[in-house]
Design a binder for this molecule. Structure first.
Ligand SMILES: Nc1ncnc2c1ncn2[C@@H]1O[C@H](COP(=O)(O)OP(=O)(O)OP(=O)(O)O)[C@@H](O)[C@H]1O
Ligand SMILES: [Mg+2]
Length: 237
């Protein structure tokens, strides 16, 4: 059974169709790459999937349940968590306290939340920074903190919005390895990323959005050799 089914999702902002009749499915355990030019509607689709915006039309089915009408906190409790394109940690709080915020979605015990948070801090390899003020972290480590915070919500499906954005090649490589580690933990992932080399390496399949519409879907090799994709996206890089 598909863990996520996106069925004819549209999202209108006034006259603009940020998403237009988008449909695809994700199998349990896979990594789906989501690519497309700036303004293609990638982040909007994440917002529609995770309850931040109600879709104007269509339906999102997660784990066999419709997500329509659910708020982000309810969606998160059901097992979907997303990161934000612009990372905004609680700057004055420590790294581990930031991650505890995610864990508190699963437990009311601060002690338990702290244990759960430390576990995820180790997964992203920030243990040496656990008590460091989050606002003082360099960008590469802030991105890892963001991933730890969503992992602490114990998701079945993780949606990552440009977690490699603004990183240097060495930092990006660490995030690639982290995404592959998360896959090995059995967590399904949808990854928005502009770096084509990275997306080709990590994705089992890729969906291409362009002007709100699904332009193509397939194996990474199929997508990059699709002439329409090359014309709309890759050709302009
Ligand atoms: N809350 C909003 N109100 C009005 N228009 C919006 C809103 N959110 C997004 N849009 C518009 O919807 C379109 C898609 O935006 P979106 O942020 O989803 O694109 P994206 O593919 O994530 O782009 P990028 O690669 O630059 O992050 C854009 O034209 C954007 O201006
Ligand atoms: Mg975006």
């Amino acid at each position: 059974m598909a863990i996520l089914e996106i069925k004819h999702v549209s999202k209108f902002f006034g006259g603009l169709a940020a998403n237009s009749d988008v449909s695809f499915e994700m199998a349990q355990g896979m990594i789906m790459g989501l690519i497309g030019p700036n303004g293609a509607g990638k982040t909007t689709l994440f917002n529609c999937i995770t309850g931040y915006y109600p879709p104007s039309r269509g339906e999102v089915v997660f784990d066999g349940r419709t997500m329509n009408g659910l708020q982000p906190d309810a969606v998160c409790k059901l097992g979907m968590a997303r990161t934000w394109q612009k990372v905004r940690p609680l700057a004055k709080m420590s790294v581990v306290d930031n991650v505890m915020v995610g864990a508190l979605c699963r437990t009311n015990s601060l002690k338990k939340a702290r244990e759960m948070a430390m576990e995820q801090v180790r997964v992203v390899r920030l243990e040496h920074r656990a008590d460091f003020r989050a606002g003082g972290l360099p960008i590469g480590e802030r991105k890892k903190l963001e991933v730890a915070r969503v992992l602490a919500t114990q998701p079945k499906l993780l949606l990552l919005d440009e977690v490699m954005g603004g990183l240097n090649p060495a930092e990006s490589e660490e995030i690639i390895q982290l995404i592959l580690d998360i896959k090995r933990l059995g967590i399904t992932q949808m990854v928005i990323e502009h770096d084509m080399k990275a997306i080709m390496r990590i994705s089992d399949r890729i969906v291409v959005l362009n002007s709100g519409e699904k332009l193509a879907e397939g194996l990474p090799g199929e997508v990059v050799s699709n002439p329409e994709v090359v014309a709309a996206y890759l050709g302009s890089e």
